[in-house]
Design a protein around this ligand. Structure first.
Ligand code: MG
Length: 399
């Protein structure tokens, strides 16, 4: 915690946000309802929430802010997907075994005894899979409509993961397809859960926005984790993009110019989803659901801003400052605020775009759609984006 404060020393508003983060966002407190049956249910749920905190600290914070019955469904949904991902990622397990597990995984949800030992490349993932019966029991208490969503998404995601289990991502189309299976489907499933809860009747009206929400987050992670993934002998960057700059992907670590151009190309591609994400967020009515959806999106665009034209991506784990993250979390309270954050960060990225960068035209276009989205939905709002930025953007896209 101290190091986070020191890191934000020159940004006092971030220190205030950090203080709020540490004092307000306490961890999950088990419900102590007296009924015996509920006590058993609660014991399994306690495992789910404590495991959630271990396998994803950031999602655990936002999930705990959701309305009660939706919160349990989303927590279990997250753990089911985390378990699937643990099977997908554990390359120490033979291909045929992983394939079989991914194929059947959705059926294990109806088996209150199913669990598996020794699968998962991190201790917390192995604990999750080794105690998976606690997750499936918790799943069995959920409303039927939630269960159906979770099971269908687990089936489709498992099938999609199998397609890419032993295949390199070559084309941009394959890249989008892979991201659809592992993340777009998360957006689709969450949207179905929100709609089924009765809290968000209008969210299901567009099929593309939920997918874009997932793709934007997934692509940001794939860009940020390039070095880490390559160290583990894998990459999710599509050959169609990196082969424009180098012959072998490993060369990116050695050629400064090619590596920056390739990185910026990847970020340009990710930013193409940002406008859909704003459109999705603008449809949300419940403030708790809004917060849950908006925070990861805001973190993603802030991360892309930090990654853009940043050669450290190839040598260290680049992350946004915890203080900046805390500040953004507390600002993301309603659509207008989030849209303004997107506009500020889009402007920031734009200020770093060099005309000679091969993707400068496309990124300018993508950033402009974010700024235009702000302009079209900006009514009597405070104007934070000076008009010269618009004219600059327009000039550059014409040049
Ligand atoms: Mg994975």
């Amino acid at each position: 915690m101290l190091s986070n404060i020191i890191e934000s020393a020159r940004h006092p508003h971030e220190i205030r946000a950090l203080y709020k983060l540490y004092t307000r966002y306490r961890s999950y407190k088990p419900d102590s309802r007296p009924l015996e049956e509920l006590a058993l249910v609660q014991r399994d749920l306690d495992f789910c929430y404590s495991t959630l905190g271990k396998v994803s600290r950031s999602f655990s914070v936002v999930i705990q802010q959701l309305p009660q019955d939706l919160r349990d469904a989303v927590c279990i949904f997250y753990l089911v997907l985390r378990a699937l991902d643990s099977i997908e990622d554990d390359t120490s397990i033979e291909y045929e075994i992983r394939k079989g597990l991914l194929e059947q995984f959705h059926t294990f949800l109806n088996d209150p005894d199913w669990s598996i030992k020794g699968v998962g490349d991190k201790k917390d993932y192995r604990v999750l899979l080794n105690n998976f019966q606690k997750v499936t029991r918790s799943y069995s208490y959920l409303d039927e409509s939630y269960k159906e969503v979770i099971k269908n998404i687990a089936r489709e995601m498992g099938e999609g993961m199998i397609l890419y289990l032993d295949k390199q991502i070559k084309t941009k189309e394959e890249y989008d397809e892979y991201c659809y299976y592992v993340a777009g489907l998360v957006g689709v499933g969450l949207t179905d859960l929100f709609v089924n809860s009765g809290l968000e009747p209008s969210l299901g009206s567009n099929d593309i926005y939920p997918v874009s929400m997932g793709l934007f987050l997934q692509k940001t992670n794939i860009i940020r984790d390039f070095r880490e993934d390559l160290n583990e002998n894998r990459t999710f960057w599509p050959e169609e993009i990196w082969s424009k700059y180098v012959n072998q992907i490993e060369e990116l670590k050695h050629s400064k110019r090619a590596s920056m151009e390739c990185l910026n190309d990847m970020i340009t591609d990710a930013l193409s989803h940002a406008e859909d994400c704003l459109s999705y967020l603008s449809l949300i009515q419940n403030p708790l659901i809004f917060n849950f959806c908006a925070i990861p999106q805001v973190m993603a665009i802030a991360t892309l801003d930090t990654l853009y034209d940043n050669s450290n991506v190839y040598s260290t784990n680049v992350k946004i400052r915890k203080g900046q993250a805390a500040d953004l979390i507390f600002k993301s309270t309603d659509f207008e605020e989030v849209r303004d954050i997107f506009i500020d960060l889009a402007n920031n990225i734009f200020s770093k775009v060099k005309l000679m960068d091969p993707s400068s035209d496309v990124i300018t276009k993508n950033l402009k759609t974010i700024l235009d989205h702000g302009r079209s939905t900006r009514t009597q709002m405070k104007v934070r984006v000076p008009d010269e930025v618009y004219s600059l953007t327009a000039n550059q896209s014409n040049s």
